[in-house]
Structure formats: C-alpha cells, structure tokens
Design a protein around this ligand. Structure first.
Ligand SMILES: NC(=O)c1ccc[n+]([C@@H]2O[C@H](COP(=O)([O-])OP(=O)(O)OC[C@H]3O[C@@H](n4cnc5c(N)ncnc54)[C@H](OP(=O)(O)O)[C@@H]3O)[C@@H](O)[C@H]2O)c1
Length: 256
C-alpha cells in the first residue's frame, strides 16, 4: 500500500536542469519509482550520464539538449518530451541558479535580467507549454524548484531571491487556476545543498561551515536528499496537496 502510494509506474516525466546536481538526482529517483523520464539542460554529456542511469533502471529516457532561456526553446523542450514519451504526467522545473553574488546597489540590469530569465521566465514558459497539455489531459503534477532564498531574505542575491519568490507565487496561482482540472502544482524549496552551484562555498578552507552556521542540523544538504520529497510531490502520496511549498533545509527557515 505505502509503496504503491509513492509509485510512478507508467508515468512520464520531464525534468529540466537534469545534467547534474538536484535535477539529475530527481530524474534518476523518478526512474527508480517507475517513470520514463525526459531530461533537459545545455550540457549534452551530463544529460547522457543521467539518461544512462535512467535506462540502466529499465526505463525510457529522452535527452533534450537545450538552453531554456528563450520561450521558443522552452516550448520546444515540452513538445519534444511529449513527442518522445507520448505524453507528460510530471514536470519538474529545476533548471536554475545564479553564478554571481553582488550588493544590490552594485548590481547591473543585465545581471538582474539574466537571473530572472533562467529562474523565473523559463519556469513560466515551461508551465505554459506543459500546462496546456496536462490540463487538457486532466491530471498531472508540476514541481517548481524554488529556494529558501525565495521565502526569506537573500542578501547579495537579490535577483535570485526575487525570482524564486516569484516562482513560489506562480506556483500558488497555477495551483488555484488548475485545481479543478486535476493538475497539481507545488514548490520544492531546498536550503543549502552541496552541488556545483555552490562548490565555491563548501569546497573552501572551512569546508563551508560558515555558510551553514545557522542551519539547526549543522550540515550541508545532499542532492540525494531532494529525491524523496520530489517523488512524494510527483506521486499519489501527495494527491490532495497543491499550491504548497515543501521546504527541505535542515531547519534553517524554522529559525526565523
Ligand atoms: N544547491 C542549492 O543549495 C540550492 C538551494 C536552493 C535552490 N536550489 C535550486 O535547485 C535547482 C538545481 O540546483 P543545483 O544545486 O542542482 O545546481 P547545479 O548543479 O548548478 O545544476 C543546475 C542545472 O540547471 C541547468 N541549467 C543551468 N542553466 C541552464 C539553461 N540556461 N538552460 C537549461 N538548463 C540550465 C544545468 O545544466 P547545464 O549547465 O548543463 O545547462 C544543471 O543541470 C536550481 O533551480 C537552484 O536554484 C539549489
């Protein structure tokens, strides 16, 4: 019974930003739970590695190399995923990040636009393209990967925090618009998780200890620790849950 609740057998998923890190972990976890998975990102080698792991689990994988920062490309990724897999039941908008930190007053407009484009616009474009398909089918689960930076202050990361806060808002709005159709929309908010995104912080002389000084669990999260929450949100285990924010942060935001 419990195993069935978390099963994704027969489901078809699209995971963006699945060439490494949290997206790769989620794509493989979905395959372990029984789903076929389309994976999208720019890096073909990383995508191939993810797809290989999915296929090794006996599931179908579709590799879709794409830069998601234009509306045409984002929509094309959804079209290709549906074309290869037949349809899509689960969409994870995970591609994201910021490769700079800067005090707000020194921030250039180009930096703001770049971060908003990847973290908010790409999610919005994928939601539009996939949402049309999923609402017409009358079922599905969308998981938007936001961040604790979107639910609390994000000093020196203003565009990233603003983009992730907007992703949370979009998540709640789409959950309400699409509720009657059977399509659920939730946000997954990681806290400090050791990936390539923040290697400069945890791969440092102090081992990243200063960054996680306020984390009650006293350690960095691992990308693997996002697998369970993502499978939960994708599966029937969360069948009456929509418009919610699932925070996986070792207790960081509980301290606020
Ligand atoms: N790690 C953390 O502490 C943390 C905390 C909170 C939230 N998050 C969020 O979790 C998500 C995954 O982050 P991560 O830590 O796994 O980071 P990561 O290791 O840097 O992975 C980011 C993924 O996004 C893809 N990506 C980046 N730019 C892209 C673009 N223009 N088009 C398509 N794909 C693109 C990357 O692939 P390519 O480079 O191959 O394109 C990669 O697969 C992000 O949304 C991030 O904001 C992370």
């Amino acid at each position: 019974m419990t195993q069935q609740l978390f099963s994704l057998a027969g489901k078809k998923a699209l995971v963006t930003g699945a060439s490494r890190g949290i997206g790769q972990v989620i794509a493989v976890a979905f395959a372990q739970a029984g789903a076929d998975v389309a994976v999208a990102a720019r890096g073909a080698d990383g995508l191939a590695a993810t797809a290989r792991q999915v296929r090794d689990l006996g599931r179908e994988a579709a590799e879709i190399p794409a830069d998601l920062t234009t509306p045409e490309k984002a929509a094309a990724v959804v079209t290709e995923a549906i074309g290869v897999l037949g349809h899509v039941d689960i969409v994870v908008n995970n591609a994201g990040g910021s490769n700079f930190v800067v005090p707000f007053l020194d921030m250039r407009l180009s930096g703001w636009e770049k971060v908003l484009r990847l973290n908010l616009d790409a999610t919005m474009w994928i939601c539009q393209a996939a949402g049309a398909h999923m609402t017409a089918r009358g079922s599905g689960s969308v998981i938007n990967v936001a961040s604790v930076a979107g639910i609390a202050a994000a000093p020196f990361l203003a565009p990233y925090g603003a983009a992730k806060a907007a992703v949370v808002s979009l998540t709640k709005t789409l959950a309400c618009e699409w509720g009657p159709t059977g399509v659920r929309v939730n946000a997954l908010c990681p806290g400090w998780t050791a990936t390539e995104l923040n290697r400069v912080l945890w791969d440092s002389p102090d081992g990243g200890k200063s960054t996680i000084a306020n984390v009650p669990m006293g350690r960095w999260g691992k990308a693997e620790e996002m697998a369970g929450p993502a499978v939960f949100l994708a599966s029937d285990a969360s069948s009456f849950m929509t418009g919610q924010v699932l925070v996986i942060d070792g207790g960081l935001t509980a301290m606020a």
